[in-house]
Ligand binder design. Structure first.
Ligand code: K1U
Ligand code: ZN
Length: 175
């Protein structure tokens, strides 16, 4: 039986979120235990994606589950993901982030990307992502580079977003 732990999710302006994550040398049981904890943490939040740095682990690891409402869960695991190709066409999507809670804004990204990554068992996968899959993997891969979706917004919007999160955190402590 897997023992999984829900870990605290770091929020802005925690400087750890700006760190650049490192490649995983080999997918081991330790990597799988990290991915199990990340998935549990993501489901509890709830969210549809999570990068390891969001729980303070600077490794190139991402989990995702894009199953809707009553659909069967569909966990996906990405170790050392790379974008091999993207298309010129950009598509806007109203993004959110568990590290910037209660802030949403429209971000434009390439509507399709070709990915290469290692899965839960360390097997190499190459495939195209589109729709919400393309949006989410690009958002999560930005986390691995220390980039947050609010970094694409104006300085004014970004400052407001960080202040909103800090105010929310203060209220949580007071309650
Ligand atoms: O913090 C994260 O990186 C996770 C983030 C992923 C994401 C969402 C939308 C666009 C791009 C990337 C989230 O999961 S935010 C929460 C969210 O979108 C959601 C939560 C519950 C149900 C459905 C969606
Ligand atoms: Zn995020």
């Amino acid at each position: 039986m897997k023992a999984m732990t829900i870990r605290p999710i770091l929020t802005v302006p925690n400087p750890i979120l700006k760190q650049v994550s490192k490649p995983v040398e080999k997918v081991t049981d330790e990597t799988r235990a990290l991915m199990d904890d990340m998935l549990e943490t993501m489901y509890a939040a709830p969210g549809i994606g999570l990068a390891a740095i969001q729980i303070g682990v600077p490794l190139n690891v991402i989990v995702m589950d894009l199953a809707k409402g009553d659909e069967k869960s569909n966990p996906q695991y990405f170790v050392n993901p790379e974008i091999l190709e993207d298309v010129e066409e950009l598509k806007p999507y109203e993004e959110g982030c568990l590290s910037v809670p209660d802030v949403f804004d429209e971000i434009e990204r390439p509507e399709r990307v070709k990915l290469r990554y290692l899965d839960y068992n360390g097997k190499e996968v190459t495939e195209w992502a589109e729709g919400l899959y393309a949006v989410c993997i690009q958002h999560e891969m930005d986390h691995l580079k220390g980039v947050l979706f609010i970094d694409y917004l104006s300085r004014l919007k970004r400052t407001r977003a960080v202040k909103k999160v800090q105010k929310g955190e203060k209220l949580k402590v007071a309650m």
